[in-house]
Design a binder for this molecule. Sequence first.
Ligand SMILES: [Zn+2]
Length: 223
Amino acid sequence: MRTFSLQLALLVRSVATPIVQLLAPPRCGICECEGALLCAACRAEWLPDRAVALPVGNLSASAALGPYEGGLGAAIRTMKYGGVQGLARELGVALLPAITQATQRAPYQVTLVPIPTDPDRVHARGFDHAALLARAAGEAARLSVRSLLTRVRATDPLHGASRSARAEIMHGAMQCADEVDPPSAVVLIDDIQTSGATAREAARALRVAGVRWIAVVSVAYER
Ligand SMILES: [Zn+2]
């Protein structure tokens, strides 16, 4: 009986928690004040009108809203680890200045392509943050969005790995899912750029499929 009531309590809690979250007023993903997923003060402080141009490596352009610190870092962590999907939409729309910056010299019409997350991590979180960012960014920028890339094997987490180890972990990890009629120009979308190993692998797979101009845009970059 005791076990049964414990199970019942757990069941009630598992059902009730999402409902409570649904009914609770939204909280700012940065300062946690009530009212909106990103409050006006945090937007003004952390979501810039102008993006930062980043070193491009072997890509054509690279831009982000700012470093993975302070409010931008908090918003990304709340989205990913706090499971706040609505924040992906807010941050995706906020990518507009970075997309404008990165596509200034694009020679062709651009398509946004999310960098695919490791399927195990998507499964654990229940959503693919890069796909949600890209969808919202595409609506805001009026650009088409295609999920062209897939992960062909699991990869160890890059966090803590050296630059050369990251390149090795990522090499050959992605492929272009649909090589029929590839776009000429792609802007890859992700939450954070670190060493660039993930974007380089995504670009490699896209080039194999025939994409000619590739840039990357992210919410934040790691210094
Ligand atoms: Zn706030």
